[in-house]
Design a protein around this ligand. Structure first.
Ligand SMILES: Nc1ncnc2c1ncn2[C@@H]1O[C@H](COP(=O)(O)OP(=O)(O)OP(=O)(O)O)[C@@H](O)[C@H]1O
Length: 321
């Protein structure tokens, strides 16, 4: 996917009326690849600061193309994108890229230096930081992902999981306020996924805004606090985790209910209650059912940390196509 410049008016980059409330705002974004393939067809999205947003959608829905616009690797040919208060355009894309980290779907697209160390140090060095600061950041980032022992290895000789960690270290060394992750759990073993989620939890607690593109609804259920569903190049629904219980929206986007929710649906758990979405939530719900309400849940399914919605999209918006 080759980044291409678009002819936007640089004067609009710091438009004083541009909405800056959400940390990312996308309005009616459209994109067609040079071979004529349309990828985004009027895509709109809001990302609140500090959130963990999962962008869910089937293969070819436009998730990667959308992410590429959020750090200026692709520029809008129609529609507008604001990130961290700046409109993304030809004159601002470098500045945006320095502040928004991007973990590519294919780690090989990201790892270009002869050694892991040089790769991780490349970004901070490019920022013009002092030698000591570059060293400090690179070692810290490698330590964060548990890859210090790989520092002197050649990236192309690493396993897929090791490459993914090193690529993430390169992102972390830039200390971005927003990190975009394209299918970050692909090629990680189960322990590797748990470690990745722990790193992301740490970043979330530190205030970093995290946006993950995936078609793994179970991963989204475990990780995200907000969800956007992309289908046919548009965001068709956006809201809280309760969207992951909206089976009709999920099925229309070639997705499915999270496994734990499907078990409770198939077991005909009490109607009108919020199905649990993750294993810990499922365990809590089963204990509540077993206790018959003695723990204060009235024998129902009281599961998630979010406000319980009645299997609908009370706090979500579903856009009719
Ligand atoms: N470089 C490219 N040139 C031409 N078409 C492309 C290119 N990259 C993607 N596309 C097309 O754009 C559309 C959206 O692709 P995109 O990669 O954004 O989807 P995705 O939701 O990330 O898919 P996946 O989950 O399979 O990675 C698809 O129809 C795809 O074939």
């Amino acid at each position: 996917m080759t980044p291409r410049a678009a002819g936007k008016d640089p004067e609009r980059a710091h438009d004083p009326v541009a909405p800056t409330d959400p940390i990312i705002r996308v309005e009616d974004l459209r994109h067609t690849y040079p071979d004529g393939t349309p990828s985004l067809r009027g895509c709109s999205l809001r990302v609140e600061a500090g959130c963990r947003l999962a962008i869910l959608g089937p293969n070819g829905a436009g998730k990667t193309t959308l992410l590429l616009h959020l750090n200026g690797l692709l520029l809008p040919e129609a529609g507008r994108v604001w990130v961290l208060g700046t409109e993304v355009g030809p004159s601002t894309c470098r500045q945006v890229r320095a502040r928004v980290g991007y973990l590519f779907q294919e780690a090989d697209d990201q790892l270009l230096a002869p050694t892991v160390w040089e790769d991780v140090a490349f970004g901070p060095a490019n920022l013009g930081l002092s030698h000591d600061e570059v060293r400090r950041r690179a070692w810290e980032a490698l330590g964060q992902v548990g890859a210090s022992h790989l520092a002197h290895r050649a990236p192309h000789r690493l396993s897929q999981g090791e490459k993914r960690r090193v690529a993430l270290a390169g992102v972390l060394a830039m200390q971005p306020g927003v990190i975009l992750l394209d299918e970050p759990a692909a090629s990680l073993d189960p322990a590797g996924v748990a470690e990745l989620l722990a790193i992301l939890d740490g970043l979330h607690l530190g205030g970093t805004t995290l946006v993950m593109a995936t078609h793994d609804v179970d991963l989204a259920a475990e990780w995200a606090d907000t969800v956007a569903i992309v289908e046919g190049g548009r965001v068709v629904a956006q809201g809280g985790r309760e969207l992951l219980r909206d089976e009709s929206v999920l099925l229309r986007a070639r997705l499915r209910l999270p496994r734990v929710a499907a078990v409770f649906r198939d077991a005909e758990a009490p109607a009108g209650r919020a199905w649990p979405l993750t294993v810990p939530e499922g365990v809590r719900a089963l204990r509540a059912l077993r206790n018959g309400g003695r723990d204060g849940t009235a024998g129902g399914i009281q599961t998630a940390s979010e406000p319980i919605a009645s299997n609908g999209a009370e706090t979500s918006s579903v856009q009719e196509g």
